[in-house]
Each structure stands twice: as C-alpha cells, then as structure tokens.
Design a protein around this ligand. Structure first.
Ligand SMILES: Cc1ncc(COP(=O)(O)O)c(C=O)c1O
Length: 396
C-alpha cells in the first residue's frame, strides 16, 4: 500500500521530483539530427571528435569512447591484463559494476572498507588488503568526490599496482587542482542519463598511455585491429582479430549528443554546487541530518547529495524516513547496498556481513536527495521542507 504523506496531510509536492535527470535541449536534438542525416550512424568521425574534446577537457592524452560505464570498467581491466590469478581492490560502497568488471576478466575483487565520513575508499584499508596477487586498485569517486589520489598513488607505486579511477560520479570534479580524468592510470566515466552528461547509454576511459588506449580501441571492436571506416578508407577487406573483444562501440549520433552536452558541463556542475551549498546551510540546523564530509583540497562534482541520518535522534528506521520522503513527492534513493552483500558475491566469493563494517553501518542510515542542474530553487526548497517535515515528525 502506498504510504500517505505525514499525518495524512497534503504532500510537499504533487509532482514527483527524481533524484537525477537528464537535460536535453534543442541544440542537443539538432546535433543528433545532423548525424542521422549523414552517412555515419555507428563509428564515424564524431567518435574521434568526442574523444578528443573529452581528453582535452580532463587534461588526459587519450580518451576511448565505449557503449557504457560498465564497458569502460571492463575495458580498463582488460587493458591492464587482469586475469584469473589476480586480485583487484575495490570499495564496497559503489554500484556493482565497479567490482563486476574484475569478475568479467576472471579476477577476484577484494573489498577494502571506506572512510565513514566521506564513504571513499580508505587508503589504510587498501594497504591492509594487499597480497602478492594484488594487481590493481579501483578507486570509486563516490557521489562525485574524488578519492585521495596522492595516498592511493603512493600505495600503488610502492606495491607495483595499477590505479584505476571509477570516476562515473565525478566528471567535472578535481583533486588538488587536477581534473578528474587525469588522476589515475585509467579513469572511467558513464553517460547514463542520471550522470553529469548523457549519451543515452555511453562511457569513456581516459589515460596518458597510448598503448593502453590502443588495447581498449581493439577490445571495444571485437578484438579486431581496424574498424569498418578505416578499411573503407584503405579500400581493403582485410582485418585480423587478435584477441577476444566485445562490441562496446559508441555510435556517431551518441557522440554528437555527448559533444553537445559537454559544452554545458561547467555550468551544470556550478549549479550542482549551488544546490549543495543550499542543502549544506539548511541541514546544518538539523542535528539528525548529517551530510557527508567534503575534503578541503578537492572540488566535488555532486553527482549525488547523500545524507546520513542520526537514527539515535529519530523514532524511525531509514526505510521509514525514505518512505515518508517519497510520500512527500521527493525522489530519494539509496546509494548503495554494499556490493559484497549481494547474493552473487556471497555465493561466488564467500563475502559476508562484517567484512566492511563502515560501509555496512553507513548503508543502514544513508539517503540520497535529489540533485540535478535542472532543479529550480523551488524544487530545492521543496526537498528541504520535506526533510524538515519528516525529521520533525520522527524526532525523539
Ligand atoms: C560508480 C559507478 N560505476 C559504474 C557504473 C556503470 O555505468 P553504466 O550504467 O553506464 O554501465 C555506474 C552507473 O551507475 C556507477 O554509478
């Protein structure tokens, strides 16, 4: 049964406010239409253009476009040669794809716990999980806050590990003045509609290593060394499949959409900051609501705005607060169920509750509030009003 707004009263909003939403304007539509009228639908000139623009934006030498963020992570694991004997350290506080990419390659994800205040991979915990089989670290920029890359880089260098950034939340962010996308050996992005820019489905990997980039270009095209367009230009039918790859290509019209969206990124990230500042100010007055800590030396990309509830101050569980906020028309969400608690991981790798206690404790009390550049000031105030109303109702 659907829950009614508190005390059966009128909900704060009649129209549901989603936690994230794409923003497609007329310029985006025209950009796609132009490609639909051209000769190229899949891999064509816009793929390279989008890759180049993206690489420039994040100060990376190379960018490789793929069909989604999961494919980007898979390509990264392939490029660095993860295989059945290898372990890769991943945080539990993420979408399953951050760990699944290791399993795709036959490797073993090893979960290292997160810092309780930021929910970012804790470098101390990373170091504790290193074994002779460890080959890489996947650092997740949870909610859009870049991880502590200097600390992770030092650990990676000391132990000869590859550092991969799952930056699917963090496009437009930076760490000590360096843009996200240039912080790890390989950096992966998603262009799913709730992310900073969208191509419908889509993904990208950035790197400064041209050999890794070339491996990923082959990987996204069935393991074949040339693409259809290159063969046509060379007037040749010959191609060779040199390794097992996949069809992870991004289409030309998606890349045109990506180019058009990219032009708006900095303004959208600035708007995300404005919304976050308004939330920060409002929640500073509510002791039961604790926003995540933000480090001083980073610029947050605010893909998500996550609060932790102080449940000792509330006569309610997180589930009850969640349901009450939904009943007010606020599209709250929960990011994430710790990956090691999913049945697949428990059955395949024997992971159990207690393995990552900080992530598990955070999961019991966190809620994601709506944040997206298209939200009006009124939308933002509705979220604050609803949070205040629900917290007041349940306050001890
Ligand atoms: C942290 C993280 N990594 C990877 C992905 C996978 O991206 P995609 O949905 O584009 O495959 C997501 C998507 O939600 C994500 O949030």
């Amino acid at each position: 049964m659907e829950q009614l707004a508190i005390e059966g009263g009128k909900p704060v909003r009649d129209k549901f406010l989603p936690y994230g939403h794409q923003w497609i304007d007329e310029a985006d539509i025209q950009a796609v239409i132009e490609v639909l009228r051209s000769d190229w639908l899949t891999t064509g000139p816009r793929v390279r253009k989008f890759e180049q623009a993206f690489a420039d934006l994040v100060s990376a030498k190379e960018a490789v476009a793929v069909s989604n963020g999961t494919a980007a992570l898979h390509a990264a694991m392939y490029a660095v040669g993860i295989g059945p004997d290898d372990e890769v350290i991943v945080p539990p506080m993420s979408f399953a794809a951050s760990a699944n990419c290791v399993v795709f390659q036959g490797g073993t994800p090893v979960f290292a716990d997160v810092d309780p205040d930021t929910l970012l991979l804790d470098p101390v915990q990373v170091e504790a999980e290193i074994t002779p089989r460890t080959k890489a670290i996947v650092a997740v920029d949870y909610a859009g806050q870049p991880c502590d890359y200097d600390a992770l880089r030092a650990i990676a260098d000391q132990h000869g590990l590859v550092l991969v950034a799952d930056a699917c939340h963090a496009l437009g962010g930076s760490y000590k003045g360096r843009p996200v996308g240039s912080l790890a050996d390989l950096n992966t992005f998603s262009f799913h509609p709730v992310k900073h820019i969208t191509t419908g489905e889509g993904g990208m990997i950035t790197t400064d290593d041209p050999q890794l980039a070339q491996r990923m270009r082959v990987f996204r095209n069935h393991g074949i060394t040339s693409d259809h367009r290159q063969r046509e230009q060379q007037g040749s039918w010959f191609y060779e499949m040199v390794d097992l790859g996949y069809n992870y290509r991004l289409t030309d019209f998606q890349c045109a959409l990506g180019m058009s969206q990219l032009r708006k990124l900095s303004g959208w990230v600035a708007r995300r900051h404005e919304i976050a500042r308004r939330y920060d100010a409002a929640f500073a007055e509510i002791p039961a609501v604790e926003p995540l800590d933000v480090r001083a030396d980073i610029s947050h990309a605010y893909h998500l705005y996550v609060i932790q509830l102080d449940l000792t101050r509330l006569q309610a569980t997180r589930a009850e607060v969640f349901a009450a906020l939904r009943a007010e028309g606020i599209g709250v969400n929960v990011h994430y169920i710790p990956v090691h608690l999913h049945p697949f991981y428990r059955e395949r790798f024997g992971t159990r509750p207690g393995l990552c206690q900080e992530a598990e404790a955070a999961y019991e009390r966190l809620i994601t509030l709506p944040i997206s550049p298209r939200m009006s000031d009124n939308d933002v105030e509705d979220v604050i009003t609803a949070v205040k109303k629900v917290v007041k109702h349940y306050a001890i």
